[in-house]
Write a protein that binds this ligand. Structure first.
Ligand code: C2O
Ligand code: CU
Ligand code: CU
Length: 531
């Protein structure tokens, strides 16, 4: 009896290991975890394709770089070291970092120096990422490997019972164009610059022909499109349905059942895949399905819209299915009637260059200014027959409308930071800057288009801070920015009806505005509000 059991066991082990040996491709690699400390960008060689050393740019020796984990409400701190031979800025995509930590291309870390990054992360938990954002070098540096996942965790979401541990898997997918010696030189032709640099195969977490051994349970796949230009039309090879539970900036209000979704470069989607209806021994393939590739389509590799495998999933054992919860996260939709203005952005090609509102990006030019905490409509008009995934820094937005479809596709719902403009489409989003102020960029996340000039600078006005002090017998109220649209009020109680406007004009002097008011009551409150 004992003998037969152990014989059976070793037979099973033999079968499993035989499977693993005959599987084509490579087991999905999982980057190390990073919770703070040194993050060093440097050139190195890594074994991406078995038996080959590929020259890459890495963070702490790996590409993708380590996966950053920060708990909501905690402070992210890192010492970025530039050990490259060229300037570098690093951007935390979707993470609302202060302007001076956001990786603006005008603020590079010089070769051989470090930069301390320190800011509080207080935003919805979700799948964000980081990548090089250096002036006119973003595409090359990101392509060669300077990218990684940035996960904001929120223990408050644990009650949802979403798959966790080894059932919560980050998939940073990016297409590459290896040559015969498995090097990935970044040498775009003029045509590559026009369409974007498209690869011949998709690497997931730096794994070519990636596969993952799964059980018959439910998995949460956090898919990040880290490609320079390739748009994924995400789906399963057999057309079966799965759930979309999060877009760019965190969980959706409810899980959406889908069979495909569009995921442009820069964007993220979190999928729940349930393997309980699949037999042990079966295989499912997460792929990018084919779709019409737009104008140029792409010249160097397989065209934009060509089907490509992303990840093979081998169902190897039984597991516990976890049904998608019916409600996920609270979501406060913006009211379009409250939008204060509409800004229009014409995304176009002029001759051979990529333009926004007719201009090429200029590092030193501020293209527009945005007031603090005012809801706006940003209208992106695609005046070309190419795809352009648009991405403003400094805020998340909500998609309002898309001329190409009357129904809102599930991938357009929830909080977003990157939205795909299909050829000749107009997409309108609702956006409000109420987290971070200062100078930010917005750009097309086709990185060749971005480096070619499809980018703008904009300035988010700082929230107005009212300083209250004493000056002789008077109360002195002062502030440093124009407060048009605000109301300066006073009250002797904190009840709502007690407030009244303060008459009189402010004096402007030495880069500040001030008012002197007689002190009439021992207890007086002052406030500056937007009516
Ligand atoms: Cu992911 Cu400004 O970029
Ligand atoms: Cu970004
Ligand atoms: Cu573009």
């Amino acid at each position: 009896m004992n003998t037969s059991i152990s014989l059976f066991t070793s037979l099973m082990l033999l079968i499993v290991s035989t499977h693993a040996q005959t599987r084509p491709g490579n087991q999905l690699r999982i980057p190390p975890t990073f919770t703070g400390g040194d993050l060093r960008a440097h050139a190195t060689n890594v074994e991406i394709w078995p038996g080959y050393q590929t020259a890459v740019l890495a963070f702490n020796g790996t590409t993708p770089g380590p996966t950053i984990h920060v708990a909501r409400g905690a402070t992210f701190s890192a010492r970025l070291a530039n050990a490259l031979t060229e300037p570098l800025t690093v951007h935390w995509h979707g993470v609302l970092a202060p302007a001076n930590m956001d990786g603006h291309p005008n603020d590079p870390i010089a070769v051989g120096t470090t930069r301390d990054i320190l800011f509080p992360v207080n935003q919805q938990a979700g799948t964000y990422w980081y990548h090089a954002h250096t002036d006119q070098r973003t595409a090359r540096q990101a392509y060669l490997g300077l990218a990684g996942a940035f996960i904001v965790d929120d223990p408050g979401e644990d009650v949802l019972g979403l798959p966790s541990g080894d059932h919560d898997v980050i998939l940073l997918a990016a297409d590459k164009r290896p040559n015969a010696s498995k090097q990935i030189p970044y040498a775009p032709t003029i045509m590559d610059t026009m369409s974007g640099f498209l690869g011949t195969e998709v690497l997931v977490n730096g794994t070519p022909e990636a596969w993952l051994s799964v059980d018959r349970g439910t998995y949460r796949f956090r898919l990040i499109n880290g490609s320079n230009a390739r748009i994924f039309k995400v789906g399963l090879s057999d057309g079966s349905a799965f759930h979309l539970v999060a877009n760019d900036a965190g969980l959706l209000p409810r899980a959406r059942q889908v069979t495909t979704l569009m995921l442009p470069p820069g964007a993220r989607a979190e999928l729940l895949l349930d393997f309980s209806t699949r037999a042990v021994g079966s295989v499912a393939t997460l792929r990018s399905l084919d779709f019409p590739g737009g104008g140029l389509g792409g010249m160097g590799g397989p065209e934009q819209g060509t089907a490509m495998d992303i990840l093979k999933l081998y169902v190897d054992r039984d597991g516990q299915p976890a049904p998608a919860p019916s409600t996920l996260a609270a979501f406060q939709p913006y009211d379009p009637a409250k939008a204060r203005r509409t800004r229009q952005f014409l995304i176009s090609m002029g001759g051979m260059t990529h333009l926004i509102n007719g201009s090429i990006y200029s590092l030193g030019r501020i293209d527009f200014s945005v007031p603090w905490d005012e809801l706006e409509i940003w209208e992106f008009q695609n005046g070309s027959d190419e795809f352009h995934p648009m991405h403003p820094h400094g805020a998340h937005f909500q998609v309002l409308s898309r001329t190409g479809s009357t129904e809102m596709p599930p991938e357009d719902t929830g909080a977003k930071d990157t939205v795909l403009l299909n050829p000749n489409e107009t997409v309108r989003v609702l956006i409000k800057f109420d987290s971070v102020a200062g100078l930010f960029v917005q750009h097309c996340h086709n990185l060749e288009h971005e480096d070619d000039g499809m980018m703008q600078n904009f300035m988010v006005a700082a929230p107005v801070r009212l300083n209250i002090g004493l000056s002789g017998p008077d109360v002195r109220l002062s502030w440093t920015t124009n407060i048009t649209g605000y109301s300066l009020q006073t009250s002797t109680t904190l009840i709502n009806s007690g407030w009244s406007g303060i008459p009189g004009a402010a004096i402007e002097q030495d880069n500040e505005y001030f008012m002197l008011l007689p002190r009439t009551n021992p207890q007086t409150f002052y406030r500056l509000i937007k009516p």
